[in-house]
Design a protein around this ligand. Structure first.
Ligand code: TSX
Ligand code: MN
Length: 595
């Protein structure tokens, strides 16, 4: 293997960056250092090398040009929340919902593991931007990694290479990310965040969420702290634009916990009834939002690609995603066809293949009781492949948000859609967001787990302070977005009441109209809900009874719900903002008067 020509010489004069890379190299002791420039040349070289090293396999380049296949270690297939730490000076700053380690202890412990971790390996220096180049909202990060798989994924997920060094210039404001796969041993696996130092150290894993440091680690955990300190919001939200037949565009941001179909919603295709309406994707996972000069909330997607769950993705659930992954995509832990040219996962269109190679490389037949693709198997695909990518996805200004949506998977209680009375009530809806577990996550099915704003695993500081930050933001936003709650998953007699998927356009239309103050609604104790006739249901085969069941407020269910919300609020102790506790008590008192 010839040594890459940009080896060892730093293509920057940034003294802070050069010094830090030197220090980290002295610690990790790699055989060589490669600075990534993000060029096409480099891309070709890296893919060739990754194939030669057996890290990835080429798929059928006629059928799937630029597509590759990767497998992770079977012990390393998901984020590891119990090994994820917020390393603030005090435990109280991290709060009761995060694991905490003292910064000096974390540096000592991980420093010991990083010592010599890259002997015999290459240290890649990966400069990247989270957000559009040149945007005031964007942040530069540098990830040092010994994984070529990480480099290839970062190339898709971020604006990577020279563009980031150019944006950074000589500033010292970059996020310092250090990653080594070490020996991929769960006993030596840690994901540590040091908000005070704008630093992330990740060791012992090669799985996406743990090692693509720009995503969950920088854009959410460190980002949420930067947002608190700088007066903006780093959120686990998709961003989409709704375009009317007249060309009027309305942008919404939406937070859903996992397994609720966030990527599907971000790429939704409206049904026939909505001829002329169009959904444009700005982002499918993360939103950075700040107040613009016009007093509105403006959002950018800090990412440049999608790291999506493959199983369940099909022409039925998400045609745009299927189109997106036809080229320049890395598939991880899905199943391979016997000719090793194509990929498969549970829920993909067409008949189930008779023979496959499963995600662990073992022969698989359709008689096998095990899944061929890992339930958390992924595609890494560039946003530019998305047929419905918004033309403003790269706009340094971002897009103005008219509505914020919180949604969970709830078999009962939560109506199809609900509008909050005001900002505080909207924050309350986000703070009490819950979702029922599906088998994949825990084993226990149908248990409500609180996941406030879908940020429980991603908030880099005390969740009580995070709620307070949300409440405080109101005073900075002259024209705040309206806040909604949705539930695509309500059931009656074991059956989903709402058809979901593209038909969610009907709910989105009501939301957009309400955000622009046009559509009818009725006030309930819990918020504004559509009356019969307020939702456009034309051409939809759904009974009045079914719609009533999908939108009704059941006081007995809500009594149970409001009581159960106290469990999470109590956990935050005196950091819990009083306005939210009082909202809960007020709603409970109002429900009680109806029982
Ligand atoms: O993604 C989903 N969305 C959002 C789409 C824009 N899913 C899949 C969730 C797992 C990731 C949904 N599942 C949605 C939904 O709106 N709704 C449901 C529940 C559901 C499942 C199957 C049917 C209906 C509803 N099938 C029929 O009615 C035939
Ligand atoms: Mn996510």
């Amino acid at each position: 293997m010839t040594e890459p020509r940009n080896s060892t010489t730093a293509p920057t004069s940034n003294p802070h960056l050069i010094q830090w890379v030197k220090e980290m190299a002295a610690l990790c002791k790699p055989d060589r250092i490669v600075w990534c420039d993000g060029s096409e040349d480099e891309k070709t070289r890296l893919y060739e090398q990754a194939v030669a090293e057996g890290v990835i396999q080429e798929l059928d380049q006629k059928k799937l040009p630029g597509c590759y296949y990767a497998r992770s270690n079977p012990n390393d297939v998901a984020r590891v929340e119990h090994l994820t730490f917020i390393c603030t000076p005090t435990k109280d700053e991290a709060g009761p919902t995060n694991n905490w380690m003292a910064p000096d202890e974390a540096y000592r412990k991980l420093g010991g593991l990083f010592d010599g971790a890259m002997k015999g390996r290459t240290m890649y220096v990966v400069p990247y931007i989270m957000g559009p180049a040149g945007s005031e909202m964007s942040k530069v990060g540098i990830e040092l990694t010994d994984s070529i798989y990480v480099v290839l994924n970062m190339r898709i997920m971020t604006r990577m290479g020279k563009i980031a060094l150019d944006m950074l210039g000589d500033a010292n404001t970059f996020n310092r990310g250090l990653h080594s796969t070490l020996d991929v041993n769960p006993e030596r696996r840690y994901i540590c965040h040091f908000p005070q130092d704008n630093t992330i150290w990740s060791i012992g894993s090669g799985y996406g969420g743990n090692v693509l440091l720009g995503k969950k680690c920088l854009a959410l955990r460190i980002g949420s702290v930067l947002g608190r300190d700088e007066g903006w919001l780093a959120e686990h939200m998709l961003i989409l634009g709704v375009e009317s037949p007249e060309g009027q565009m309305t942008y919404v941001a939406a937070a859903f916990p996992s397994a609720c179909g966030k990527t599907n919603f971000a790429m939704m295709i409206p049904p026939k009834r909505f001829n002329g309406w169009k959904i444009w994707t700005v982002g499918d996972d993360i939103a950075w939002m700040r107040v613009g000069p016009d007093g509105r909330l403006w959002a950018i997607n800090p990412e440049a690609g999608y790291f999506g769950v493959a199983p369940g993705t099909s022409m039925q659930s998400n045609p745009n995603a299927m189109q997106t992954v036809l080229k320049d995509t890395i598939f991880t832990n899905v199943a391979l066809t016997p000719d090793k040219g194509d990929v498969w996962w549970e829920g993909k269109d067409g008949p189930i293949p008779a023979d496959l190679i499963d995600w662990q490389g073992r022969p698989w037949t359709n008689a096998s009781p095990e899944k061929a693709a890992h339930p958390n198997s992924r595609f890494t695909a560039p946003a530019r492949n998305n047929p419905c990518l918004s033309r403003f996805a790269d706009d340094p200004q971002g897009v103005p948000i008219s509505a914020i949506i919180f949604g969970g998977r709830r078999a009962s209680t939560v109506p199809l859609v609900l509008q909050s009375f005001n900002w505080t009530h909207g924050v309350f809806l986000g703070a009490t967001l819950g979702s029922e577990t599906t088998a994949a996550a825990t084993g226990k099915v149908g248990v409500v787990r609180r996941d406030p704003m879908a940020m429980l695993p991603f908030c880099g500081y005390n969740m009580g302070d995070y709620f307070a930050h949300w409440l405080k933001m109101q005073h900075k936003i002259a024209n705040p977005p309206k806040i909604f709650m949705v539930n695509w998953f309500r059931q009656h007699n074991g059956k989903f009441l709402w058809p979901g998927f593209g038909e969610n356009m009907r709910v989105l239309k009501w939301i957009v109209d309400r955000a622009r103050v046009a559509r009818g609604a009725q006030e309930t104790i819990m918020g504004w809900v559509p009356r019969p006739g307020d939702l456009d249901l034309s051409g939809l085969d759904i009974s009045d009874e079914q719609i009533h069941e999908a939108t009704k407020i059941d006081y007995r269910e809500w009594k149970t719900e409001l009581e159960s919300q106290a469990e999470f609020f109590d956990k935050l102790g005196d950091r819990m903002p009083r306005p939210l506790s009082l909202w809960r008590e007020m709603l409970l008192a109002r429900v009680a008067e109806r029982l």
